[in-house]
Structure formats: structure tokens, C-alpha cells
Design a protein around this ligand. Structure first.
Ligand code: FPP
Length: 229
């Protein structure tokens, strides 16, 4: 890989297309999610390799509860297994794990695994890997409004940001969505005001390191003006 001239500090990804990938292959939808975990690992490694400092992945939205009970419980169990299995590798590679979302409706074993993983990886300094679980952008904004009102602080952008789940993250520089859908689906609504967007038709289980690097190269050629000239 040639050196990318301007690596985004924070990349966010909507990992879409697991279900379609599986159905196209005559498999059950859940097999698509299982395949998706392998791609998560590949893209995390690629991010470290290239020097991305923050990677934020949309794993489960506040709307995903509408899926079948079988699929929801498979996904929640898959998160437990994937996080648990991945902790040693995260530690070895100095990756700090972080989660955003409303965790209150999540099953206790998942919440405990998340807490444990956060503690185990807290000294990671190469990459902050944030997983959005039961995350919804509108919910996040409404909750932040409630909290800032309760605090009695002045309501301005600087103070407001402190009440978002992402208080400790910079805004994403680049948002990628796989599977050809051209929408944001309630992800990081407040944070993507000036984020560069990239949509690829590739289904998440087929997404590769090579395509990721190509997208980063495309990003490095874009001119970002943040509303200036
Ligand atoms: C969207 O595809 C994908 C999801 C709702 C789940 C994403 C989860 C993973 C890839 C596992 C990640 C694991 C960790 C630990 C981060 P879809 O089911 O909406 O696909 P479709 O649009 O084709 O139906």
C-alpha cells in the first residue's frame, strides 16, 4: 500500500448488508452477521496499520429491536462472544474499547462483558474502537438536552457536546456506509455536520482492507472547507 497523504483521524462506519449477503448465498441472515465479525477485525487491523486514531462502528441501532426475536438474540449473544474473544488481541495491539448507546435495555451478560472489556483495554493508546450498541442519534440528542437542562449550565455548543455519548471523541472525518443504501439511519446525527460521506455498494461481509484503503485515498483527495471558501 502506498502511503496515504491525509489519513482521517476518525472514521465511522455503518456496516450494512449482512442479511442480504447471507440470503444471496442461501444462508440464514444470522450467518451474515457471523461473517461480519471477521470483517470488523480486518478493518480494525487496517485502521491501526494506517494510523486512524478513532474507529466507530454501528453494530445495533435503537430500531434494530424490530427484527425477529431470533435475530436480535443472536446479535446480542454474538456481541458477547466477539467482545470476549477479542479482548486479548485488543490489549496486544493497544486498542481501547469504548461503547456508545443506551445500555439500559441490554441483557446483563452483555453489559457486564462491555464493562469488563472497557476496563481491560483502558490503557490502549493506538486506536479508540467505539461500538455503537442500541444507539440512536435522535435519542442521544434528546437525552443530552435533558441532561444539560438539569445541570443548569449555559446552553451553548461547547457545553452541549459534553452531554453526548461521544463527549470524549472528535467528530468523524469520514463516514462510510456499505451495501448501497444512501442514508444515515440515525447514526451520529449531531456529530457528522462536516463529515465526508462515502457510500459503497459492497455488502459488509465482502468489504476488505483493500477497499478501505481505496476509500481513505479518495478521502485524502477531498477538499474540506468546513463552510469556508
Ligand atoms: C446490518 O446488516 C448489520 C447489523 C445490524 C449488525 C452488524 C453487526 C456486526 C457486523 C457484528 C459486529 C460485532 C461487533 C463485536 C462489533 P443488515 O442485517 O441490516 O443487512 P441487510 O440490510 O442486508 O438486511
Amino acid at each position: 500500500m502506498d502511503k496515504i497523504s491525509s489519513v482521517p483521524k476518525h472514521v465511522a462506519i455503518i456496516m450494512d448488508g449482512n442479511g442480504r449477503w447471507a440470503v444471496e448465498k442461501g444462508l440464514k441472515r444470522i450467518e451474515g452477521h457471523r461473517a461480519g465479525v471477521k470483517v470488523v477485525k480486518e478493518i480494525v487491523e487496517a485502521s491501526v496499520e494506517v494510523g486512524v486514531k478513532y474507529l466507530t462502528l454501528y453494530a445495533f441501532s435503537t430500531e434494530n429491536w424490530k427484527r425477529s426475536t431470533e435475530e436480535v438474540s443472536f446479535l446480542l449473544n454474538l456481541f458477547v462472544d466477539a467482545i470476549q474473544n477479542y479482548i486479548p488481541e485488543l490489549k496486544e495491539n493497544s486498542i481501547k474499547l469504548n461503547f456508545i448507546g443506551d445500555f439500559s435495555p441490554l441483557p446483563m451478560p452483555l453489559r457486564k462483558t462491555m464493562e469488563y472489556a472497557i476496563k481491560e483495554t483502558e490503557s490502549g493508546s493506538k486506536l479508540v474502537l467505539t461500538i455503537a450498541i442500541n444507539y440512536g442519534g435522535r435519542h442521544e440528542i434528546v437525552e443530552a438536552c435533558k441532561k444539560i437542562c438539569k445541570s443548569g449550565e449555559d446552553i451553548n455548543e461547547t457545553n452541549f457536546l459534553k452531554y453526548l455519548y461521544t463527549f470524549n471523541l472528535p467528530d468523524p472525518d469520514l463516514l462510510i456506509r456499505t451495501s448501497g443504501e444512501m442514508r444515515i439511519s440515525n447514526f451520529l446525527l449531531f456529530q457528522i455536520a462536516y463529515t465526508e460521506l462515502y457510500f459503497t455498494k459492497t455488502l459488509w461481509p465482502d468489504f476488505t482492507k483493500e477497499e478501505f484503503f481505496k476509500i481513505l485515498e479518495d478521502f485524502s483527495k477531498r477538499e474540506r472547507r468546513f463552510g469556508g471558501v
